[in-house]
Design a protein. Structure first.
Ligand code: BMP
Length: 223
């Protein structure tokens, strides 16, 4: 059971430092998003991680390009994170295979987006969901992103990918999924952004998410 906090808001590093420091012992890691890195520079990842070396640190640039370019982008933060997120839909040859090689060389993990938490994911991405799952399998991706807002997608990802692939699920809180929805469907981590980072008391909010996750699992995941 896991909880990752999404750091997206382009706040001053001094403010974010306090947040990361406060949450460090209460969560399982952080996902650093593009708005923050674009505003503060890739060095922000290193600075924040040094405040909380424990846990999983994920760079979420949602890479979707040719291999050459994805490698260049990933290289800006690869030394400071455990894993990098890319879109599965760009395909293997000339794209994800090259990124995967680079991450393997660096001892870093690849996470692929196979379905998204917003309703528009149904318009295109979810029509090729099975193909995206098979790309994740072929590439031996460490993990996939699948939506907490649609637990059936998480369930199907777990069924298709087996127990060893990590499933990370956003959409909890601000986007409507409840803590535990994705875990109950087979996810390893729920990703929570605004419901924690925008709370008056982020630590209390994170602890409440955890409490609700535990309660759902303890009660056998009934609705
Ligand atoms: P929030 O809990 O504030 O909605 O944040 C969710 C986080 O997960 C954001 O960083 C967002 O970019 C990311 N995300 C998502 O919401 N849906 C997806 O399908 C994939 C994501 O990475």
């Amino acid at each position: 059971m896991g909880l990752l906090v999404a750091l997206d808001r382009p706040e001053p590093v001094s403010q974010l430092s306090g947040l990361v420091d406060e949450l460090c012992g209460a969560v399982d890691g952080f996902k650093v998003g593009l708005p923050l890195v674009l505003a503060r520079g890739p060095g922000v990842v290193h600075r924040l991680r040094s405040l909380c070396p424990r846990g999983l640190w994920v760079a979420d640039f949602k890479l979707a390009d040719i291999g050459y370019t994805m490698r260049l982008v990933a290289s800006t933060v690869v030394d400071y994170v455990d894993a990098v997120i890319a879109h599965a839909f760009v395909g293997v040859e000339g794209a994800l295979a090259e990124l995967k090689d680079m991450l393997d060389e660096k001892g870093r993990r690849l996470i692929l987006v196979v379905s998204m938490s917003h309703p528009g994911s149904r318009e295109v991405m979810d029509k090729v969901f099975e193909d995206l799952l098979s790309i994740a399998s072929r590439l031996r991706a460490w993990g996939v992103v699948a939506p907490a807002t649609r637990p059936a997608m998480v369930r199907r990802a777990r069924e298709a990918l087996g127990p060893s692939v990590k499933i990370l699920s956003p959409g909890v809180g601000a986007q409507g999924a409840r803590p535990g929805d994705a875990l109950c469907a087979g996810a390893d981590y729920e990703i929570v952004g605004r419901a924690i980072t925008g709370a008056d008391d982020p630590l209390a909010a994170a602890e409440e998410v955890r409490r609700m996750q535990e309660e759902r699992l303890r009660e056998g995941c009934g609705s």
